[in-house]
Design a protein. Structure first.
Length: 133
């Protein structure tokens, strides 16, 4: 019965680990999507700044305003991309992985004990059959 309980514990630990990993991936995806929105904004402002410069020779203050907005968007996008690239397993994921590993080790040791006991059980049952005859 113990190997089945250990297998159940290993499966539950794997479920916890996978849920933690899914939450981490969803967070990374959300940061990545927001970063892409800000990057698109930065590109729009960079294009607007170039368009205003090429279209008419406006005063530098207009160009500086547009360029500073584009630079701010770019800065936000870089920060969000750095946050999205941080991908370390959480404490819960690490602990669940350790529980799963220990449960699997317990299963293998329980199975190896059963493998050692099986010849003795066969010998005992064959001995009982021979005694009956």
């Amino acid at each position: 019965m113990r190997p089945f309980r250990l297998a159940q514990i290993a499966a539950e630990a794997e479920g916890v680990r996978l849920r933690g990993m899914a939450a981490r991936i969803a967070t990374r995806a959300a940061f990545g999507i927001v970063a892409l929105v800000f990057l698109a904004g930065a590109l729009v402002f960079a294009h607007l700044a170039a368009w205003y410069e090429l279209r008419t020779a406006l005063e530098l203050s207009y160009l500086l305003a547009v360029a500073s907005l584009g630079g701010a968007d770019l800065l936000v996008a870089i920060v969000l991309l750095l946050l999205a690239s941080r991908s370390t397993p959480s404490r819960v994921e690490i602990e669940a992985l350790e529980v799963r590993r220990k449960a699997i080790e317990g299963i293998s040791s329980a199975m190896s004990i059963m493998a050692l006991l099986m010849p003795l059980i066969r010998l005992a049952t064959s001995f009982r059959r021979h005694r009956r005859d």
